[in-house]
Design a protein around this ligand. Structure first.
Ligand SMILES: Nc1nc2c(c(=O)[nH]1)N[C@H]1C(S)=C(S)[C@@H](COP(=O)(O)O)O[C@H]1N2
Ligand SMILES: [Mo]
Length: 256
């Protein structure tokens, strides 16, 4: 093993170990995340990944704010209510029949109700949301760490990306979707949020469940998430660029 790889490996271990304590604590345990290891190996070719690992180690968390700084008006952007009949039916009963699917390259595919998701350990964070359209807002988000769901499902070998499939068809361009890599997926501030500012997540902001991936721009934060899929490649989805806005020409990497 090269020294470079070792450095990156300890960077990632530090990152994951520095989180909520739910996950890993020692160097040797990194091998228990098969996808993380293959991601590290591919980082040998992808210098952007390597740079991000180093950056993340020095500034691992996005800034968090005091309650007093929560924005009075947090704009709702893009879809503010998915138009499908399926979604309308779910919304009618406050999403009692909603089931989040977690599947793809996993050992144990999951189907979780909102009640089951709310019973899992949660994280609350007050962060600033930055949209490429040029506005920002500070909000408080509560949800389950994505890492918890991925651990429950058991990521398979070869997983490189986590894809979020949404309920809305934006501008007739197809269903909204997004993807992130495993560094973001296991980041402690990456959560599937079901509450905003202490209230049940409102429909305009992505009810019943939306992604918060705090070191990325707004368009990565998939709202109305129905299904989380572990994949090796997103080339066969949409126009193959890894997300709804990426397919329109936005950068896949929207990190700050
Ligand atoms: N499913 C879905 N997710 C989405 C969007 C969308 O239109 N549909 N818009 C994105 C964009 S561009 C931004 S800035 C944020 C807006 O989140 P908000 O409505 O809570 O402000 O959601 C992102 N996630
Ligand atoms: Mo945005």
């Amino acid at each position: 093993m090269t020294r470079k790889l070792l450095t990156r490996r300890s960077a990632l271990t530090g990152l994951i170990g520095g989180g909520s304590g739910l996950l890993l604590s020692g160097c040797e345990r990194i091998v228990q995340i098969p996808g993380a290891l293959s991601m590290l190996e591919s980082a040998e070719q992808l210098s952007q990944h390597g740079q991000r690992l180093v950056l993340r180690q020095t500034t691992p968390l996005a800034r968090e704010y005091p309650r007093s700084e929560i924005s009075k008006n947090f704009k709702a952007n893009g879809t503010t209510r998915p138009q499908s009949e399926d979604y309308a039916r779910l919304a009618m009963t406050q999403f009692a029949d909603y089931r989040l699917k977690v599947d793809g390259l996993v050992a144990r595919p999951l189907e979780l109700s909102l009640a089951q998701i709310r019973e899992l350990p949660s994280r609350t964070q007050i962060t600033r949301h930055d949209c490429v359209e040029g506005w920002s807002a500070i909000g408080e988000w509560t949800g389950v760490p994505l890492s918890t769901l991925l651990q429950m499902a058991g990521l398979g070998n070869g997983t490189r990306y986590i894809v979020f499939h949404c309920a809305d068809n934006l501008a007739g361009q197809g269903l909204y979707y997004e993807s992130i890599d495993l560094v973001d997926a296991y980041h402690p501030q990456t959560i599937m949020a079901y509450a905003m500012n202490g209230q049940t997540l409102p429909i305009p902001h992505g009810a019943p469940l939306r992604l918060r991936v705090e070191r990325q721009l707004g368009y990565k934060m998939a709202k109305y998430v129905m299904r989380i899929e572990a994949v090796e490649s997103f080339a066969a989805m949409g126009r193959g660029r890894g997300g709804f806005w990426e397919d329109q020409g936005y950068e896949w990497y929207a990190g700050i």
